[in-house]
Design a protein around this ligand. Sequence first.
Ligand code: XIL
Length: 354
Amino acid sequence: MKYLKSVIALFLVVVLLSCTDQGSPASSGINAPADKTLAQAAKFKIGCAVSVDLLRTNAAYLGLANKEYNSMTAENAMKFDAVHPEQATFNFSDADHIVNTAKGTNKRIHGHALIWHQALPDWVTNFQGDSAAWENMFKTHITTVVNHFKADITSWDVVNEAFEDNGSLRNTLWRQKLGPDYVARAFKYANEANPNCKLFYNDYGTEYSSAKLTAVINMVNDLKRRGIPIHGIGSQMHTHINHSNTMINSSLQQLASTGLLIHISELDIRTNTANLPTATYSPTVEKALADKYKYIAQTYGKLPSVQQFGITLWNIGDADSWIVLWLNQKDWPCLFNDKYERKMAYNYFYSGIQ
Ligand code: XIL
């Protein structure tokens, strides 16, 4: 009897362990070879968005960042408030750390993001001046930042998230102070600072809002018609397991119909779509996540290869994700779990990028 109880207890422990919220390591029919990486497998660039603090302090994180990817984006370190904290002060130390890390393993470095309505320092929000002063401040920021990285950064997200989900131009501070055509002028100034740089418009939601998709495409075509230097579109793809595959496919195809480079620029996939505190990383969720990663990778792979700028994953391990840290949601949106083990999603994504 005592023996039976121990066996039952052991069985329960095993069951419980297999149901933990860690995001279990690879356990499916599709398995990436342990000695191969995403960068080695993919026919296009695979990037990661990185936190400078984790690069500096976490060896496992740095190891994966170095090894698995061949493109790198700063998650926050190149945003306005990070590089330009005071009107007369530029601070590139964190951003330079990322650039040097990426250069150490010969990665492409993608700049993110010059003009956005978030991550603005107080001095910008409180800026007083006429339209010429605003224009000068806007241009100085773009010019100085693009110039600083001129030798190392060959692509930039110039304008980020200019549209609302309903397709209207977002009423940002930039729009209020500079007028609706600020987007075109941002591209012009970035191009003047570095004519060799590929310049991107970056936004989210084009895979679930057709109004936003149409607005982005119309704007891009208008910029092209006017001879404004724009070379690519970033589809952030902060998506979730229930977003329709048909719409993901159709949005990527339509974005590609502009002829520009297409970057899936911030890929992560939420599983806890109802944002429940009780959510678990069940085998069903694990498989749905893996399937979605594979679908997105394969669908992207079908775009014309000359337009494939690459896929960038928005951070590395589940515990590093902005969905967990910033949006405060319980979730498992990444390719690696919080122990930096490859998840089933990694293996499926790996099979999709070949
Ligand atoms: C997020 C970062 O991941 C967070 O760490 C930060 O605190 C807020 O911004 N769209 C973007 C990214 O273009 O810059 C955002 O990054 C996520 C949404």
